[in-house]
Design a protein around this ligand. Sequence first.
Ligand code: GLA
Length: 415
Amino acid sequence: MAEARDPEGVTNERSTDSELFSSLFGGAPTHVARAPGRVNLMGEHIDYCDLAVLPMATQHEAQLQFRARDDGLVRITNQDPEFDPVEFELGPAIAPGSRGDWRNYLQAPANELARQFAIWRGLDGVLSSDIPVAAGLSSSTALVNAVGLALAEANEVLLAPAQFAELMAEAEHYTGTRGGGMDQAIGFGARAGHAACIAFSPLRMRHVAVPEDWCFVVADTGVRAEKSGRAQGPYNQRRSECEEALDVVVQFALQHDRLPTRPRGYPDLLRMLGAAEVISLAEEALKARLLKRFRHVVTEADRVDQAVDCLLSADLVGFGTLMDASHGSLYADYQVSSRELDELVAIAREGGGAGARLTGAGFGGCIVTLADRGTVGAVLETLAEQYFEPRGMGDGIDDRLFVAVPSAGASVGIL
Ligand code: GLA
């Protein structure tokens, strides 16, 4: 039995997923699909520019206990009563719910798998998740990945993890957010004890061991940043700005004979000229806002390369310095930080963190800070004392403040 709180704050016994399943659907679930959340360590808002990123999966996960059906109906109930039960018919053109409706994250993989593989077998399922919601830890992509995996299993669709990740990244655009492919890639491809350097188009992944005594502490501002709600407009706008900035820079460079041929995207441009030359071109070609966005993308890509080297050589101080620089760039040039995120970052550093930055899309959500085993206690304590306790957020603090454990990717199994 797990404990849950009802809206009045009274603690109740909650039925397990299989008890809830049998009370709703009769009988027992046959399978479970699991999909982890993630914390991004370096490379924010550059996956959609096809530039490499460095996330790791966390110990938190979405779990779907399910049983396949002999028709196309999909019925899913969430253990969390904040989310209404969802029911829909499989098909290649499932009508989306209204913007922000969580059902869209369940329909997204169904719609894509039906389009690509004409799947026809639905399922009954009970979903539970301990990934903090809308906190920049990939709670929504974990839903997409878990439901996608369950439907693939029910319909005997076999895909390699990289193919599955690419398919689910495409699928999630159904929700209206023009996200990149980081969350799906780490969600399927992660290895326990490791972070992964992920490159795109085509998807490639290099696992990098996290040194034994490194601790990545995650702290949640408590300010929700729903990618399908409040954060969607600003997120999509950043992506369009990056596309526009690239077009202007390339056009300028071609006109001034600074490029031999038209590059296929950011990675190609950086390969042709190198980061320093690309930034100096941008300073000539771009003004104000677009220059800031472009500069963040190029410098952040460089920080990812350096961060991988720091991980490989267990250079904690170097990695922390890169985290600080990344946050500075996300604050000043990319403008996706918030007062609460900046405050948490400052407290984490004061508490002895080697470096700290916002993680995920920003606009709220979480920060990540790096400490070693000797200092992690002080970092946790300082964050608790200076951010969470004064705000009356001391109860249930373990959900908001924890050391992330580098964990394995999604899986499906028989119960
Ligand atoms: C969200 C998106 C990712 C990525 C991050 C920002 O999590 O789903 O694709 O763009 O924001 O780095």
